[in-house]
Design a protein around this ligand. Structure first.
Ligand code: SAM
Length: 279
């Protein structure tokens, strides 16, 4: 049987054209075809690196038909690189349909490590990185956005969003409403570009900063929200119900320890609470 081609997932720079790996450049130069979100946009990157490989479009509006064509080419032994306008394909970018169908068809998929705005922002944010959620773009509609933000009230992990500079003021206002004015947030803007800015402060001070400088409303933004930190005084509802559930099967000491770890709370506070359940 003839050998099938490989689909390479190739991250491209998120600003600075030098943020592309040697391997990515080699793959882009050697594949038979590059599937790009916007061929005109990606042509500039290819020209910069003198790469002559043919480009074909794959975007949100043609992905299902294009996937069928690309899978046929892979089956015929052609290799293809998938790129998006910037960063890692599939991360808030097209490509999921193609990759999932390749996997279902047992076609080889080789993802390359590389630039991603969410990870780069997080690594420079100063917020905790041991646990984080990437939630893509926040919903645009107010009710859905309120629900998405309110759900973070007791979220102990750092949350990372992509956000439009046109909506950032409204979003920070809503963070104040849903999570309180003292919630620490970090805005990472124009990463790897001339006006790269990292701003870390409470939500209310960040709102003042944004309102005072319209330059901060330009370019591209990653918004990060600090995880919930317990002061050990109040215990979140979810922690109390987990403790109760665990106590049905485990000794109090163990149940308190597990709950404490899960919610980053003080073991002793939970232990004392557990004792009070018997009263
Ligand atoms: N796939 C890309 C990645 O790996 O980062 C993300 C694509 S998504 C359509 C574009 C969003 O990523 C922008 O709206 C912005 O939130 C974020 N972004 C991309 N480049 C950025 C940069 N240089 N600085 C800050 N945020 C950036």
């Amino acid at each position: 049987m003839a050998k099938t081609g490989i689909l390479f997932i190739v991250p491209t720079p998120i600003g600075n054209l030098e943020d592309i790996t040697l391997r990515a450049l080699k793959v882009l130069a050697e594949v038979d075809l590059i599937a790009a979100e916007d061929t005109r946009h990606s042509q500039k990157l290819l020209q910069h690196y003198d790469i002559k490989t043919r480009l074909i479009s794959l975007h949100d509006h043609n992905e299902s038909q294009r996937a069928v064509q690309l899978i046929a080419k892979l089956n015929m032994g052609e290799s293809i690189a998938l790129i998006s306008d910037a960063g890692t394909p599939l991360i808030s970018d097209p490509g999921y349909g193609l990759v999932s169908q390749c996997r279902e068809s047992n076609l080889e998929v080789v993802p390359l490590p590389g630039a991603c705005a969410a990870i780069t922002a997080l690594s420079g944010s100063g917020l905790a990185t041991d646990k984080f959620y990437f939630k893509g773009f926040l919903p645009v509609k107010k009710l859905a956005k309120t629900q998405a933000l309110s759900a973070l009230l007791r979220e102990t992990a750092t949350t990372v969003f992509y956000e439009s500079p046109r909506r950032i003021i409204e979003t920070v206002q809503m963070i104040i409403e849903c999570l309180g004015k003292d919630k620490r947030i970090v805005i990472a803007r124009e990463i790897s570009k001339t006006f790269e800015t990292f701003h870390s402060d409470t939500a209310d001070k960040t709102l003042q900063w944004l309102n005072a400088d319209s330059n901060q409303l330009k370019g591209e933004i990653v918004l990060m929200i600090d995880g919930y930190k317990s002061d050990g005084q109040e215990l979140p509802e979810q922690a109390i119900s987990l403790l109760k559930r665990l106590m049905e099967e485990l000794p109090l000491k163990k149940a308190a320890a597990i709950t404490a770890e899960q919610f980053e709370l003080k073991k002793n506070a939970l232990y004392q609470l557990g004792l009070s359940f018997d009263d």
